[in-house]
Design a protein around this ligand. Sequence first.
Ligand SMILES: [Zn+2]
Length: 507
Amino acid sequence: MGHEEQNKINDTIMNLNSNGGFQNSSSSRKIFLGENFLLHTLTAQKLYHDFAKDMPIIDYHCHLPPEQIAGDINFENLTQAWLYGDHYKWRAMRTNGVDESYCTGNKPDVEKFQKWAETVPYTLRNPLYHWTHLELQRYFDVREILNGDSAENIYEQCSAKLQTSAYSVRNILRKMNVKVVCTTDDPTDTLEHHQKIKDDGFEIKILPAFRPDKAMNVDDANSFNAYLSKLESSTNASIASFQDYLDALKRTHDFFATMGCSVSDHGLEQMYAEDYTDAEIEATFDKIRSGKELRREETLKFKSAMLHLFAVWDHQKGWVQQYHLGALRNNNSRMTQQLGADTGWDSIGDFSQGRNLSKFLDRLDNNNQLAKTILYNLNPADNELMATMVGNYNDGSAPGKVQWGSGWWFLDQKDGMIKQINTLSNMGLLSRFVGMLTDSRSFLSFPRHEYFRRILCNLFGSEIESGELPNDIAWTGKIIQDICYHNAANYFRWAEVAKPSLTTSAI
Ligand SMILES: [Zn+2]
C-alpha cells in the first residue's frame, strides 16, 4: 500500500471519528491521536477534559532562545521552527541512514524537511512519532500523517501559517496558554533580551535562570581562563584571585535576581561533595589562573566548593535550585569536534549518584542553607534512589520542598513518565509534585505538557475505575490541577504572575 492510499484511509478514519470517540461498530480500536488519546477510561477522559486540559502552563525549565522572544520573530518555514537545533530529530534521521548534510548541514530547508518526513514513518513507537503529530495538530490543525508523500503539502501549509503574525513566537506562547517560561542563561549573559521583553510589557513572564556550569568547569585551564575573560568583560571587573572571582560571580547572581530570576539550574554528571578548605580552593584557583592544569583531586574539590557556594546563594535569595544529573555527553569526539556540544551525541551515563547527593544536601541542611531543590536523573536505574532521596530533607517549610523532577530527556516519553509518576507515588507524595516542563529548545514542544497531563489523568482514572482509588472526582481533579499548575505556581511563588485565565487566545 502506497503512502497516498494509506493517507486516504487515515483521512476516512478521521472523518468517521470526528468526535474522537471509538471507531465504528466493527472495532473498539480508537482513532490515532483522537480527542481521547491516551485516556483509556471514561473517568480518565472526564479528569482530563474537565480538570487538566485548560490549566495554564508554567514551563520552569527550558532552553528557548530569549532573543527570539525579544524580537517576536516569525519562522520562515517548518524546518526552521522544527528541525533547527532539535537533536532528538537529528538522531532519528542519522539512525535512519540520513546524511548529516540534511540534519545540521547546508542542504536547503525544504530538502531537510523531506528527509525528516521520510524518517517519520520509521519512528513508530519512538516518542517523536507522537510529538510530531501532536504538534502538527495543536499548532497547525494538520491531521494528516507525515511521511515522504505528505511532506510537501504539510511543509507548505505550515510554513505559510508560520509566516503570519498569528504565529509570531509570542503568539505561539499565548496560543499554548503559557504563563511563565524560564530560559537557561550563563552568568556572563547580560540579559538584554530579557530586559527588552520586560520593557515591551509582554504579559507572559520570560524569566532568566542562572546556570553556572562553565563557572565551575576547571577540567581544562585554557577554557576556564577564556571563561574568566568573558566574565571580566561582562562584569567590568578584573579577576586575579579567588575572592575576585567570587565577587564577580556573586554580582551576576544579584543581577539575575534583579531581572526576576529565582531559579538556578546545573547540568552535571554527578554531584560533587568533597571536603575542602578555603585555603585549598584559593590555591587551586591561583594554579589554574596561571594556566596550569589541575590534578583530579583539585578539580573535584574546586567543583565541590563552587557547587556549595552557589547553593548557599540560592538559599539566601529564596531561589529554587535544579540539578540535572547523569548525562554522558559528547561521546562522539569526531562529531563533537565538528558540530560542538548539544548536537545529539549524548547518552545516559552510569555515574554513582547516591552518596555525593546525600552529602551535598546534608551539608546544606545542617547549616540551614538548603534552598528548595529539584533533582532530575537521566539514568532510570536511579529512579527509586531519587524518589527516596528527596524525602530525606523536608523540613516543614514548604510542601514538597525537595522535589524529584519529571522524566527528563531520554526519559521524557510515555514509559518514562509513567515510571516516574508511579515511583513517586510509591515512595513520596505525587500530589505535591510540581509537574511537567518541556526542557526544550523549540516553541513547538508545549504539547508535551498535554501529553503528560493525559498520562497522569489516565493513571488516576484507571485506578478509580478499578476500585483502587475512591470515586471522588472533585478531590482527584483538584490533585490533578495542582500537579498541572498550582503546585508549581505556589512552589516557585508565581501564583500572582501566572494567574490562570481559562480562555486561550485562538490563532
Ligand atoms: Zn535543560
